[in-house]
Design a protein around this ligand. Structure first.
Ligand SMILES: Cc1cc2nc3c(=O)[nH]c(=O)nc-3n(C[C@H](O)[C@H](O)[C@H](O)COP(=O)(O)OP(=O)(O)OC[C@H]3O[C@@H](n4cnc5c(N)ncnc54)[C@H](O)[C@@H]3O)c2cc1C
Length: 562
């Protein structure tokens, strides 16, 4: 943490140097003394200090300056540093202005020039003010600050990216915090895009994409080599499983992740059914442990980079990244998982990220204390979200299309919950489950204000006010990157092994080799798929990890043939 600052302003160079010298002598050990030769220059300095979140303890400012008086400067500077102590240096003729400033600006003191000897006329006053400031003003946050509005989708993305990559940040809501608003306006004058991200070194990013953020927070975004034995796309449990086993067996492995290591599992508040953790562990914890393990064995991991396209040239496989980089490999693993299915109801696109969230209870739950919130869906992830939210909200209502949330009685077990979660949901007093219920409409101007729900049997339709709805209604695979390259089912899940489509004569339709495809091999030899993106994937962390690890034994077999 940098020393607090005393900023002194005077347009007469000799006076400015004299006061600087006196301040430095008495306070130079504990404070940074900064000087400026005009109100305008000082204001620019104040803006720069605020961008870095450096603390300003005291303004000591000449009242009579051309262009901008001391009082005028203080009025502006206090918008950014309302808690700084403020002293005007005045001549006899200025005392009236100084007295007026006591009322208008809350001026702490005015000193007559000259202030000689400083031991009597300057230091006692400043000592009091500085010790008062130090005792009452909290130490400013010296990490990353994200400023924006709670109801903005891009603010939500940035917060989610930082949180999932375990980067602490301070959230500044410009709608409720006047100094945050000033700060944003100082940094982002010409347009009103959010979020504005302030870094401790003074740099500012406006509405950044994942790659720029990743680069800025020190994550690797560029590959060290042009070619690898194995490239893994996606750092969820399947990708991490393959990375740990692949690198530990001596392969040169590159893993590319567009958001954060851990994938969907990283968003889980508590994974209770993963082998070896009887008390459960958070998805973030599992992700961090696995990432460290993969890196310790030598896996290179790029974060904030998206693979947009996969191609094949002879025995080489290539990936193209969103920044245009092309990287090659002997074998490729598609472990891109799936995302929550979108809810298709009128008006919803206007309030995504503004009260309507797809799979984000961890980062958003605390914004809804003592409120009535809704969770759409009846499978495990919806149950976990409801339990997380119930710790903050006054009431959580689960809206479930089916007739039960219990796998055992469900016509569609994939859309129901594991027994342990059913028991927890039922035992949580502030969770209500409405079965056979669908969302028909959402409403709200700038953010979610109400939802309209209907009972599928009775047709009864009601509109309920709420400010938050979290949606977990099944999955859509991230497989566009292999469209036209490998065979996928109509929903986009990737076929592998014996599931590859066959001709009516029982032969694989688009498989080119004499041997059969390996268990996790796609219709292109040497391109594998594992985890939730695979047709027949089991949507469990353990299954994804296991299949990821299995790919490495297939990789040994495959490499013998090329
Ligand atoms: C909230 C929640 C709670 C859950 N709880 C449990 C639980 O308690 N127990 C359990 O067993 N299972 C649980 N699951 C299911 C489990 O998390 C998934 O089955 C598992 O994460 C699938 O792993 P994966 O590696 O196949 O895919 P994912 O975890 O989805 O990871 C895929 C990764 O690939 C990245 N990616 C996608 N496309 C690209 C691209 N083009 N370029 C670069 N990167 C890309 C994604 O950003 C993502 O990080 C939960 C799921 C959710 C959503």
């Amino acid at each position: 943490m940098t020393n607090p600052i005393i900023l002194t302003v005077d347009d007469e160079p000799q006076v400015l140097n004299a006061i600087e010298r006196d301040l430095r002598r008495q306070y130079g050990r504990d404070y940074r003394i900064v000087k400026a030769g005009s109100g305008f220059e000082a204001l620019e300095t104040v803006r720069q200090l605020k961008l870095r979140n450096d603390p300003v303890a005291l303004f000591l400012v000449d009242q009579r300056m051309p262009g901008m008086s001391g009082a005028e400067f203080l009025a502006e500077a206090l918008k950014l540093y309302p808690e700084a102590r403020k002293v005007l240096l005045t001549a006899y003729a200025d005392t009236e202005a100084a007295i007026a400033s006591i009322n208008t600006l809350g001026l702490d003191y005015y000193l007559m020039k000259p202030w000689d000897p400083p031991e009597q006329s300057l230091y006692p006053v400043l000592d009091d003010l500085l010790s008062d400031w130090a005792a009452t003003v909290p130490v400013p946050y010296d990490g990353i600050r994200v400023a924006g509005t709670l109801w903005s989708a891009s603010c939500h993305n940035t917060k989610d990216f930082l949180a999932r990559n375990r980067v602490p940040y301070q959230w500044l809501d410009v709608e409720v915090d006047a100094s945050a608003k000033e700060l944003v306006e100082a940094a982002n004058k010409e347009n009103h895009r959010f979020p504005v991200v302030f870094f401790p070194d003074g740099t500012v990013l406006v509405e950044p994409d994942n790659r720029s953020l990743a680069k800025k927070i020190g994550l690797r975004t560029e590959a060290a080599q042009p070619f690898y034995d194995l490239i893994i796309v996606g750092a969820g449990p399947a990708g991490l499983g393959a990375a740990v086993y692949g690198a530990s067996e001596g392969f040169r492995v590159l893993m590319i992740e567009k958001e954060a290591a851990g994938g969907q599992a990283g968003m889980s508040a508590l994974i209770e059914n993963y082998l070896g953790f009887p008390n459960g562990l958070s998805g973030a914890d599992l992700a961090q442990r696995a990432t460290m393990q993969a890196q310790r064995f030598g896996t290179e991991i790029l974060i904030g980079q998206e693979v947009t396209r996969v191609s094949v040239e002879g025995s080489y496989r290539y990936v193209e990244l969103s920044d245009g980089t092309r990287l090659g490999c002997h074998a490729l693993l598609i472990a891109t998982g799936a995302s929550v299915r979108r809810l298709d109801v009128p008006h919803i696109k206007w309030v995504i990220g503004a009260g309507v969230y797809y799979g984000a209870p961890l980062s958003e739950a605390r914004h809804y204390p003592d409120q009535h919130v809704f969770v759409v869906g009846g499978a495990n992830s919806a149950g976990q979200a409801a339990i997380t939210l119930s710790q903050y909200a006054s009431k959580v209502t689960m809206l479930v299309r089916g007739s039960t949330i219990d796998k055992r009685g469900s016509a569609d077990p994939g859309a129901a919950m594991s027994q342990y979660l059913v028991e927890q949901v039922n035992a949580t007093e502030n969770i209500e489950v409405l079965l056979r219920t669908e969302v028909m409409k959402v409403s709200g101007r700038r953010r979610l204000e109400a939802i309209t729900i209907t009972n599928r049997d009775s047709g009864e339709t009601i509109t309920v006010p709420t400010s938050a709805m979290f949606i977990f209604i099944g999955a859509v695979p991230f497989s566009a990157l292999v469209e036209g390259v490998v065979e996928r089912n109509p929903a986009g899940f990737i076929f592998t092994g014996q599931d590859l489509p066959r001709t009516r004569f029982g032969k694989f339709r688009s498989w080119s080799l004499k041997r059969d495809p390996l268990f996790l091999e796609t219709s292109v030899p040497g391109i594998f798929a594992a985890g939730d993106v695979r047709h027949g994937g089991i949507t469990r962390v353990a299954a994804a990890v296991g299949h990821g690890a299995m790919v490495i034994s297939f990789l040994h077999e495959y490499l013998k043939t090329v």
